[in-house]
Ligand binder design. Structure first.
Ligand SMILES: Nc1ncnc2c1ncn2[C@@H]1O[C@H](COP(=O)(O)OP(=O)(O)OP(=O)(O)O)[C@@H](O)[C@H]1O
Ligand SMILES: [Mg+2]
Length: 394
C-alpha cells in the first residue's frame, strides 16, 4: 500500500477499504505477543467494528468505532491497535471515537445482576443470560465417562421435542460436543455478539468454532474464567427455552465460574458404575451442594454390555457401588445407558442416537422426558428444582 501524505484531503478510498477489510479479518488486531490479557474470543468480538473513517478539520484521521458490548479492556486494545496501524502508515495521530451502533441489545434488556456471598464469604454477582429460560449443566468428576455424549443427545432430544435449545461446549481444552452434533465452522459476530452455529435444531457454541484458536489452548485460571463468561454473555442466544452446558471433567475453574455466575436450573451428573469414577462423582456432587446448584439426578453410563452374538449381559464396570452411591447421596437415577457399538459409532459420525428409532435411543429419550418434567414445574429459574434438591439432600 502506498504511503499517503499527511494533509487535509480525504483519506484515500483504497486505504479506507483496506483498513475495513483488514479490521474485519482481524488482521489489524492480531498480535503475536499479545500481553493485553485479551483472548481469542475478545479478538473475534472486536472485529468488524469500524463504522466510518474520515479526516478531522486539522488533518487527523477520525475513526468511528462501534462499542456495542465492548468492555474497557477490549476498547483500549482496539484503540491501541488502530493508533499503531495509522502510525505505521505515517498519518498524523488518529482520533478514535467510540459510539454504540445499536443501543438495544439483540435479545432485549440484560437482566440485572444479583449479588450474593459464595461459600468462602466473597461477594459474587450472578447474572442470567438474556432470553434464556433454563440452564442445565451436564457434569462428572472423572473424564471420559460420557458427559458430551449425554449433553449432545439431551440437547438434540429437547430440540426434537419442540423446545428452543442451545448447547454450550464449555470444554476449552478439548471441545468434542460439536463433532457429536455434526457441527463445524467458525462463529460470526453480529452487533458485538457471537452468533452460534446450528446442528439438529440446536444452537451450538464452542471454543472449537473460533477460527484463530490454535491447539492446544494454554490458558491460566483467570483467562479460563473470563472466556467462559464470554461464552455465556457475549453470544446472541436469542430466545431459548433451555441451554445445556457440556462441562469439562473435574471441579476446577470452569465449574466454579459457571456455578457462581449463572443461575443454574439443575445439574445432571454422569458417571460409569466403576469405583474409580464414583470417587470423582462424589466430589462433583459435593461441589454442587456447596455451591447451591440443584442436582436433578444421575445418569449411569456404560452400565452394562450385551453380547450381540449370545445375548449375555455383562456389568463390565460393576454395579453394586453405583447403587450405594445413589443411596448415600440421596440422588435419583435419571437414566441407565448401556455400552453399545451404535452409540459410539453415531457419536463419531455426528448423528445423535436419540434421533434414531432403535433401542439405543430409548434411555436418551427417557432422559429428555425426565429432565423436561423436572424443569417444567418451576416458576422462577431454579425455584422448584432447588426445593426438590433441598428435599433430596436433607
Ligand atoms: N453408552 C456408550 N456406549 C458406547 N460408547 C460411548 C457411550 N457413552 C460414551 N461413549 C463413547 O465414549 C467416549 C467418551 O465419551 P464422551 O466424550 O462423551 O465423554 P466425556 O465425559 O465428555 O469426556 P471428557 O471428560 O473428555 O469431556 C466417546 O468416544 C463416546 O463416543
Ligand atoms: Mg466431553
Amino acid at each position: 500500500m502506498s504511503t499517503p501524505t499527511p494533509d487535509n484531503s480525504p483519506l484515500p478510498s483504497e486505504f479506507v477499504a483496506a483498513l475495513t477489510r483488514e479490521a474485519r479479518a482481524g488482521l489489524i488486531f492480531a498480535s503475536r505477543h499479545d500481553d493485553s490479557g485479551l483472548n481469542s474470543l475478545d479478538h473475534q468480538i472486536i472485529r468488524s467494528r469500524i463504522l466510518g473513517v474520515t479526516r478531522s478539520g486539522n488533518g487527523q484521521p477520525l475513526v468511528k468505532v462501534d462499542s456495542t458490548g465492548l468492555g474497557i479492556d477490549q476498547k483500549l486494545f482496539l484503540e491501541r491497535a488502530l493508533l499503531r496501524h495509522f502510525d505505521a502508515h505515517e498519518f498524523p495521530e488518529a482520533l478514535i471515537y467510540f459510539q454504540k451502533a445499536s443501543s438495544v441489545s439483540a435479545t432485549g434488556a440484560a437482566p440485572a445482576p444479583v449479588k450474593r456471598k459464595n461459600p468462602y464469604g466473597l461477594t459474587i454477582e450472578t447474572r442470567a443470560i438474556p432470553g434464556v429460560k433454563s440452564v442445565i449443566v451436564v457434569a462428572s468428576g472423572k473424564g471420559g465417562v460420557g458427559k458430551s455424549t449425554v449433553a449432545t443427545n439431551l440437547a438434540a432430544g429437547l430440540a426434537a421435542s419442540g423446545l428452543k435449545t442451545g448447547l454450550m461446549d464449555c470444554d476449552i481444552y478439548g471441545p468434542s460436543s460439536p463433532t457429536m452434533l455434526g457441527v463445524s465452522g467458525s462463529m460470526g459476530v453480529d452487533k458485538g455478539k457471537l452468533v452460534p452455529l446450528e446442528g439438529h435444531g440446536v444452537k451450538v457454541v464452542s471454543f472449537g468454532f473460533l477460527s484463530d484458536v490454535k491447539t492446544p489452548v494454554i490458558w491460566r485460571g483467570p483467562m479460563v474464567a473470563k472466556a467462559i463468561q464470554q461464552l455465556c454473555y457475549d453470544v446472541n442466544w436469542g430466545d431459548l427455552d433451555i441451554l445445556v452446558l457440556d462441562l469439562p471433567p473435574g471441579t476446577g475453574d470452569v465449574q466454579l465460574t459457571l456455578a457462581e455466575r449463572l443461575p443454574i436450573t439443575g445439574s445432571v451428573i454422569v458417571t460409569t458404575p466403576q469405583d474409580i469414577a464414583l470417587i470423582d462423582a462424589h466430589k462433583a456432587v459435593s461441589m454442587f451442594e456447596k455451591l447451591d446448584v440443584p442436582i436433578l439426578g444421575v445418569v449411569e453410563n456404560m452400565s452394562h454390555y450385551t453380547c450381540t452374538a449370545c445375548g449375555h449381559q455383562e456389568h463390565i464396570f460393576g454395579s453394586e457401588s453405583f447403587a450405594d452411591f445413589l443411596k448415600s447421596r440421596k440422588l435419583s437415577l435419571l437414566a441407565r445407558i448401556p455400552l453399545t457399538k451404535k452409540i459410539r459409532e453415531l457419536s463419531d459420525s455426528g448423528s445423535p442416537v436419540v434421533l434414531t428409532g432403535g433401542d439405543d435411543a430409548k434411555p436418551y429419550k427417557d432422559l429428555v422426558s425426565v429432565v423436561t418434567t423436572k424443569i417444567s414445574a418451576r416458576k422462577d429459574p431454579g425455584d422448584s428444582v432447588a426445593a426438590e434438591a433441598k428435599e433430596l439432600h436433607s
